[in-house]
Design a protein around this ligand. Sequence first.
Ligand code: NAG
Ligand code: NAG
Length: 418
Amino acid sequence: MASAAALCRSPSLLSRGHLLVCLLSTQTQLTNPPTPTTPADLSRLKSSIRDAATSPDALATLFLSGLPHPAFLADRPLFALSVHRLASAGRRDLVASVLSSSLTALPSPHPSEGFLLRLISLYSAAGMPDHSLTVFRLVNPPSDRALSALLSAYHDNRLYDRAVRAFKTLPADLGIKPGLVSHNVLLKVLVASGDVAAARTAFDEMPDTAGVQPDIISCNEILKGYLNAGDDAAFDQLVKEITGPKRRLKPNVGTYNLRMALLCSKGRSFEAEELLDAMGANGVPPNRSSFNTVIKGLCNEGEVGAAMALFKRMPEVPRQNSKGVSPNFETYIMLLEALVNKSLFDPALEVCKECLRNKWAPPFQAVKGLVQGLLKSRKAKHAREVLMAMRKAVKGDAKQEWIKVEAQFPMLLADKKA
Ligand SMILES: *[C@@H]1O[C@H](CO)[C@@H](O)[C@H](O)[C@H]1NC(C)=O
Ligand SMILES: *[C@@H]1O[C@H](CO)[C@@H](O)[C@H](O)[C@H]1NC(C)=O
């Protein structure tokens, strides 16, 4: 057992069979409850797993009992939710236990490549990139898709050096030919590590070293690097190149979002807004990130009226097969804080109510500013509504904190009781 453990720490020395043994031997021993037999049993099992009151140990036990069902193994959201719950509870032992058992749950050809790719990213989401590597080595024959999944796992866990090393060594060791997607993950890694020069070199060398042409995603990664580095000249040059004779690529929503982010960072948010209109006209409908980028820029420049007007256009904007993009929590917060800051309490009330209707509680400081403003403008009724809606929206530990904020408005609370 001790020597097996030592071997398991250097997975490159091991065969596929040994790797499976490693994954299995690290698991916490759990006793299997009876396997559900009817579809009704299975759906009961799934809802117990989803139930927030189920403890991590109980969740893992239920999970194991579902594994013999192909339909259970195919339920990606349930796998993701279970791994998230176990990992957030600090129970990586149970994550290893349930995922390693899932490998042997069905007869061959399970686990398929697709299933192994899923495990690589599930282990990554649980903050277990070493396990991602072990699963990567089970993929037979080794593939470029598996390589890009592993690189993404390293990226998402901020293991940038390891990702770069893996990209340099694994393809030669395993006979993989890295394709466009793996290269794009490499560019993303290099940009995230702050080395835009290395990213640009890798980008320029793609055609010669790997025979792959950079696509618009590759270009966006590099643009992001220039944006982060504040290299406007290189940014603008590459934007021109994208549509030029050398590349002939079509900018996508990511390209436009980066261009708008650059303009906003220069205090040119109105130009960003013009670009938002232009992209739709060019057949690239803006998405929520596009709106949030420009709304944030306008708010930062104190142009709250323009930000609010843009916010109102969100439900109407044409999309590919529908219309409208919905705001998210970030949208509401940016607007609420900017409006309260400018003492524009009527629109702030509107934004705050809409946010609360989505059961999102805005930051207390902004709500407090709004309530004070409403009181000053003799709108106690609205102020009280905001307090009551907050009370419903605030969850968990924050409740105690919120009660302290509420207590600063005794006149509103006293009225309510009367
Ligand atoms: C908008 O597009 C960008 C670039 O493709 C993408 O990263 C982002 O997730 C999208 N945002 C939404 C909310 O769809
Ligand atoms: C509004 O925002 C500006 C800039 O962030 C800040 O300096 C100012 O103190 C804020 N005013 C109020 C009333 O919160």
